[in-house]
Write a protein that binds this ligand. Structure first.
Ligand SMILES: Cc1cc2nc3c(=O)[nH]c(=O)nc-3n(C[C@H](O)[C@H](O)[C@H](O)COP(=O)(O)OP(=O)(O)OC[C@H]3O[C@@H](n4cnc5c(N)ncnc54)[C@H](O)[C@@H]3O)c2cc1C
Length: 444
């Protein structure tokens, strides 16, 4: 329950799930005894891998414990952009010029791959660019390096000074911005629906309500996937379980931190109000650790998301936090009804990079750290090529995948402490902005 008038009668479902065409029921079908490739997880990685493996001539079964697309794939913000938490210059510093650029360019290929899929499927692709919004002068100063990196890979980007911000966004809360034209928006539910159709058309056998419990390696080199409905023999197993990774891949679980991210979506805004808040229809994100991301949907709703809390929380409690923050940034949205609120899990890694490789007898692509719409569909396809000998290892496979440095088997006991640490850093950034004379304190 909530006392906030705008939050009465919220539909506690993903807006994308509520507005996507229904995917035909894939539960209860007979399972094969043996296949060339078994895929675990029916999201972007799983469906991308299943389609490509089938196109390579392999027999493929995909196992999804819930329904196809149930995870992050239909719960995300619908923002598509290349790159990782490590910027381009940081990747070059860490891996050398050639490898650093190759790692970044793989994400650019991912962006183009997802964009092509969205256009082909009719998943409401729009490319109006993105705007990073600095909450502190030091963050704004850091944009110069990001811009230098973008120029190295040919991305059209530019700095937006505070004086010019009003041409980009209807708020004075930020110190300055960095515009990047290689940001698009899409309807992830429609994207997943199309990816299901494509994977089946290629010959992949897709199943819902089948949970993989264990993967065993046999003496003959084949794998046995023990599922909630019996065992399947497979020459190769590909895992795309990201923020929902469990005990089926224990060594991945020791390397992934599933963190809740939450979103609210308003009712459609009048055109004039939508234009006032977002005259260029950009994808916005601020530079806090507890960052917010927001943008207009194709039907002019405001989608506003963020990591509202590290403590266990409810959808309605996080919706209240997000609503307060959204209306602090954009008081114009007071009185506008919130139509949908939901949450999902993103998979953070200790080094804040996405990882691809082999472990626990499987090949995997996991750890999107909150940004996987551009990268994960292509990484799934590339992993399928790799394990079938039809393509090279993805560039990311060269990275070592660090353990979470804490005694941890999937229960995130340390996250509230980490959350307080990051919140303190955000407060220090606000103080820096205040001391530097920025007039308005950003929401958060
Ligand atoms: C709230 C939120 C907002 C986000 N916003 C953005 C955004 O705007 N832009 C962006 O780029 N990224 C965003 N992301 C991240 C993005 O959604 C993910 O990167 C992406 O969904 C990862 O795809 P995936 O296929 O790896 O995993 P998922 O789509 O999460 O799919 C994993 C699937 O594996 C299944 N599974 C798990 N274990 C088993 C098992 N043992 N057996 C069978 N099935 C199993 C799960 O049921 C799940 O359906 C967001 C994520 C969230 C949660």
């Amino acid at each position: 329950m909530t006392n906030i008038a705008e939050l009465q009668d919220v539909d506690q479902r993903s807006y994308w799930q509520a507005t996507m065409p229904a995917i035909p029921d894939h539960a209860g079908k007979p399972l094969p005894d043996a296949v060339d490739v078994a895929v675990i997880g029916g999201g972007f990685v799983g469906l991308g891998a299943a389609r490509r493996a089938a196109e390579n001539g392999a027999s493929v079964v995909l196992l999804e414990g819930e329904t196809l697309g149930w995870g992050g794939a239909t719960r995300n913000g619908g923002m598509c952009h290349p790159g990782y938490k490590h910027g381009i210059l940081q990747l070059i510093a860490e891996h050398g010029e050639a490898k650093g650029l190759a790692i970044y360019n793989e994400s650019l290929d991912g962006f183009n791959h997802t964009k092509a899929l969205a256009l082909e499927i009719g998943a409401e692709w729009e490319q109006h660019g993105g705007l990073s919004l600095a909450v502190a002068p030091s963050h704004f100063a850091g944009f110069a390096k990001s811009l230098e990196g973008y120029k190295r890979v040919g991305i059209d980007a530019h700095i937006v000074d505070k004086a010019d911000l009003r041409s980009e966004i209807g708020t004075d809360a930020f110190v300055g911005g960095l515009a990047n034209e290689m940001y698009g928006a899409l309807h992830p539910g429609k994207l997943i629906g199309g990816m299901v159709t494509q994977a089946e058309a290629a010959g992949a056998d897709l199943h819902e309500g089948v949970r993989a419990n264990r993967v065993r390696l046999q003496a003959d080199g084949r794998r046995v996937v023990e599922t909630s409905r019996g065992a399947i023999h497979a020459r190769e197993v590909i895992v795309g379980t990201n923020g929902y990774t469990g005990g089926v891949t224990p060594s991945l679980r020791r390397r992934l931190m599933p963190i809740g991210s939450f979103i609210i979506v308003t009712e459609p805004l009048p055109d004039e109000l939508a234009h006032e808040i977002s005259p260029r229809r950009r994808m916005f994100a601020d530079t806090k650790n507890f960052l917010f991301y927001w943008h207009l949907t194709a039907d002019n709703r405001m989608l506003f998301g963020g990591r509202a809390s590290m403590w266990p929380s409810s959808i309605m409690h996080t919706a209240e936090i997000l609503h307060r923050s959204m209306t602090e940034l954009h008081p114009q949205l007071r009185g506008i009804r919130i139509a949908y609120a939901w949450g999902g899990k993103v998979a953070f890694t200790y080094d804040r990079m996405t990882h691809v490789g082999r472990a626990d007898g499987v090949a995997y692509a996991v750890g999107c750290c909150g940004s996987g719409v551009a990268t994960m569909p292509l990484l799934g396809a590339k992993v399928a090529d790799w394990v079938l000998g039809a393509g090279p290892a993805p560039e990311l496979a060269a990275l070592s995948f660090p353990l979470v440095p804490a005694p941890y088997e999937g229960r995130m006991w340390f996250m509230p402490l980490a959350g307080e640490y990051w919140k303190t850093k955000d407060r220090l950034a606000f103080r820096e902005a205040a001391v530097a004379g920025a007039k308005d304190k950003p929401a958060g």
